[in-house]
Design a protein around this ligand. Structure first.
Ligand SMILES: [Zn+2]
Length: 347
C-alpha cells in the first residue's frame, strides 16, 4: 500500500498537471459513471493530500474558494488501498508542468516514467483506457487514469471536514497538530507499533515508516503507548517529518544514515513491497541499503548483528531488532548519556 509520501506526490502531480483547468471526467469501468457525468467539465480548484487520502476539489467556476463551504464545490475522494494506482500520460507541456520530475505513468506502490513508445507527445489523447479504469481525468495537456482504488466517491464540504477531523496529524501537512498524536498515544494501552499504523492516530505512516521510525527511536514495537514519555513520542514525530519529506521529494523511502548503508546491505525480496519509484536509477540509494529492519527479518541488524525479527501486528508484519529496540522506559532515548540508570534492556 502506498504510504503518505506517495499521495502527496500525487497531489503535486495533479496540481501541476490539472489545477485551474476545466477537466473531463469519465468512468470507462462504469462504477463512477453517475458522479463523473455530474462533474464532467468542471474546474479542478484544488488538490489536497491528507495521510493516504487524496481530495480533488471541483466546481463550476474557477473563482470559487474550495474551502469556503460552497455547496457548488465537490470533492472527489480517492483512497488507493492495496491495489489502487494512478497512471499519467500527456504531452510535453504536461511533462513540463510536473513539479516532481519526470512524468509518471503509474503512481502507486511503484512509479514508472513515461516510456517513449507508449505516450509520445501528442499521442496521449489516443490512449484507450483499460476497461478497469474507474475514473479518467483529462486536462488540456494530459490525462490520469485511476484503477483499483479502495474508495472513489464524491464528498461535500462537510464530509471533507469530517475526514480531516477523524484522521490523526499528517507529518507532511503544514497544518498538522502533533498534540493529537501525543495525546492519543499516551492514553493508549495499545503497542506503539500498532498505534503508528492507525490512521486516526497519525495519518500517512505505513508499514515501512512504522518499522523504520521505531528502529530509529530504538523502541520496542510492543511497548504500550501509555508507557512512553512525551519526549519519546515527540522524537518519533520529529523524526518522521523529514523522513516523509524526503519520500515526498524523491518518491523513495530511505531511513538509513549514510554510514550504515554498506553494512549488511541486504534485503529479503519476497514481495513487491520493497520496490520503490526509481529503483532502476543508478543515482539512488538502492533498496537493500535503504532500511534498517523493513524486510530484513532473518538478516543481521546493521548496527548490532542480532537477527532482525518479524511478527504480525494488526494484520501487517512488523520488523524489529530485539537488541537495538529494547527501550521500555519512560525516558527519552537521548537522555541515555545523562542517566544510564533510566535504561532497561529486556532480555
Ligand atoms: Zn540491532
Amino acid at each position: 500500500m502506498p504510504e503518505g509520501h506517495t499521495i502527496h506526490r500525487l497531489a503535486a502531480a495533479f496540481d501541476a498537471g490539472f489545477a485551474g483547468q476545466r477537466v473531463r471526467l469519465s468512468s470507462p469501468q462504469g462504477r463512477f459513471e453517475t458522479e463523473a457525468r455530474r462533474l464532467d467539465g468542471q474546474v479542478l480548484l484544488d488538490v489536497e493530500a491528507v495521510g493516504k487520502h487524496l481530495l480533488l476539489a471541483l466546481g463550476p467556476e474557477a473563482n470559487l474558494d474550495p474551502l469556503a463551504g460552497s455547496p457548488a464545490v465537490s470533492f472527489v475522494h480517492v483512497h488507493l488501498g492495496l491495489y489502487g494506482s494512478w497512471t499519467f500520460a500527456g504531452d510535453e507541456g504536461f511533462a513540463a508542468a510536473h513539479a516532481i520530475g519526470a512524468p509518471r505513468r503509474r503512481v502507486g506502490e511503484t512509479e514508472h516514467a513515461v516510456d517513449d513508445g507508449d505516450a509520445e507527445a501528442g499521442d496521449w489523447r489516443r490512449i484507450v483506457p483499460r476497461e478497469t479504469v474507474r475514473l479518467r481525468i483529462t486536462g488540456a495537456h494530459g490525462l490520469a487514469d485511476l484503477t483499483g482504488p479502495t474508495a472513489c466517491e464524491v464528498y461535500d464540504a462537510e464530509q471533507r471536514a469530517a475526514l480531516l477531523a477523524r484522521l490523526g496529524p499528517d507529518p507532511l501537512r503544514a497544518d498538522a497538530d502533533p498534540e493529537r498524536l501525543f495525546d492519543r498515544v499516551r492514553r493508549s494501552r495499545t503497542g506503539i507499533g500498532a498505534l503508528l499504523m492507525n490512521q486516526d492516530v497519525i495519518a500517512g505512516v505505513g508499514n515501512i515508516y512504522r518499522a523504520e521510525a521505531l528502529f530509529r527511536a530504538r523502541l520496542d514495537p510492543f511497548v504500550p503507548g501509555r508507557d512512553l514519555s512525551r519526549g519519546m513520542v515527540e522524537g518519533i514525530w520529529e523524526d518522521l517529518v523529514p523522513l516523509l519529506a524526503y519520500g515526498a521529494r524523491t518518491g523513495r523511502i530511505v531511513t538509513t544514515e549514510p554510514e550504515h548503508r554498506d553494512i549488511e546491505a541486504r534485503i529479503i525480496e519476497r514481495s513487491r513491497g520493497t520496490r520503490q519509484n526509481g529503483d532502476e536509477d543508478p543515482g539512488v540509494v538502492p533498496r537493500e541499503k535503504s532500511f534498517y529492519v523493513y524486510h530484513r527479518h532473518t538478516l543481521p541488524c546493521r548496527l548490532c548483528g542480532t537477527i532482525v525479527r518479524s511478527a504480525d501486528v494488526a494484520g501487517r508484519t512488523v520488523f524489529w531488532c530485539p537488541r537495538c529496540q529494547s527501550v521500555r522506559t519512560r525516558r527519552a532515548p537521548w537522555s541515555r548519556e545523562h542517566d544510564a540508570s533510566a535504561w532497561a534492556y529486556a532480555d
